[in-house]
Design a protein around this ligand. Structure first.
Ligand code: CP
Length: 344
């Protein structure tokens, strides 16, 4: 970055005392799980675990903070601006990046793409170079085109975080999913994890396959043959086209929504028929291991890929916990990039 502003990395009084240090990344961007080595992945998860302890009230936090800490937990982003640039809708990812940045002492700007000059025909690259001229330190970008985050990273001085690009990757979702599993089960290695639903259109599936298999989980994909991506054979997964067979004995059942915004319209039968065949309910869940846990990145379509009784099962569903842990995982990512050159 041409504008080398002074860094303020002094910890505040709320800084956690547990042992995992800030994660280190070899790249100055976080564009995908595929580009990370196992040490980088575990570094981010371990550091996220420190923040999750505090957010969930297991560390120094007394449980009175509701995700937003004032004073911040750290000053690592003090004097730095995180710019949320979302060309696709988001609730969880955008808000959790905002909370995460504020918890690290940073300033956050949310660009309303619907109200921006994109609507007047400005291109992605022109938008990015325009924003770059205002010297943000970290750019969090979501876009419907696979590769958009990487393209931006080649044209801006800021560190870029991929918050979901088309069908390609959603790396921070996979990191928060892994952290959620690790905190609940205690490990990832050796777990049998079924990722079920619209695999073909899912960046969450792709990032989770890379991450969870890197950490030693056994991954099954469960979906109609029409929702299986072409190059899936090279990813080292087992494939099932029957939900009950696919989740037989698994430890984690991760459900995905039908991403109709990326479909052509002929991939699935009616929603009712899809639920009958591929929707998760208590009866089908009985095929999984007795202690099996349920996950979903959200947003859910109740009655399509999962029914309410299953999604809201307080003993088995980790869906709300995933959202809570998302702030911690994104704090670990922002902190790691803030320590690199891109956000300096
Ligand atoms: N899981 C996820 O990316 O949710 P949002 O689309 O709400 O950000």
């Amino acid at each position: 970055m041409t504008d080398k502003r002074a860094r303020d990395t002094a910890p505040s009084g709320n800084m956690p005392t547990t042992t995992a240090p800030p994660a280190g990344l070899t790249s100055r961007h976080l564009l995908g799980i595929e580009g990370l080595n196992p040490l980088e992945i575990t570094g981010l998860i371990d550091r996220g675990n420190v923040f999750a302890d505090i957010i969930q009230g297991n560390g120094q936090n007394d449980g009175q903070n509701s995700g937003r800490f004032d004073p911040p937990l750290s000053e690592v982003l003090r004097g730095r601006t995180v710019l949320n640039l979302f060309f696709e809708n988001s609730t969880r990812t955008r808000v959790s990046f905002e909370l995460a940045a504020k918890n690290l002492g940073g300033s956050v700007l949310n660009i309303n793409v619907a109200g921006s000059s994109v609507k007047k025909g400005e291109t992605l690259l022109d938008t990015a170079t325009t924003l770059n001229a205002m010297h943000p330190h970290i750019l969090v970008v979501r876009h419907n085109c696979s590769g958009a985050a990487q393209l931006l990273s080649q044209h801006v001085d800021a560190a870029v975080i991929n918050a979901g690009d088309g069908r390609h990757e959603h790396p921070t979702q996979a990191l928060l999913d892994a952290l959620t599993i690790k905190r609940r089960v205690g490990r990832i290695e050796g777990l049998r994890i079924a990722i079920c639903g619209d695999i073909a259109n899912s960046r969450v599936a792709r990032s989770n396959i890379h991450l969870l298999s890197t950490l030693g989980a056994e991954i099954r994909l469960v979906c109609p043959a029409t929702l299986l991506p072409a190059a899936i054979d090279s990813m080292g997964v087992e494939i099932f086209t029957d939900l009950e067979e696919g989740i037989e004995g698994v430890d984690i059942v991760m459900m995905l929504r039908l991403q109709t915004e990326r479909m052509e319209g002929t991939e699935t039968p009616s929603q009712r028929e899809y639920f009958n065949l591929f929707g998760l309910d208590r009866n089908k869940l009985m095929r999984a291991a007795p202690q099996a846990l349920i996950m979903h990145p959200g947003p859910m379509n109740r009655g399509v890929e999962i029914d309410s009784a299953t999604a809201d099962d307080v003993e088995k569903s980790l869906i709300r916990t995933q959202v809570e842990i998302g702030v911690a995982a994104r704090m670990a990512c922002l902190e790691a990039l803030a320590s690199g050159e891109g956000a300096a």
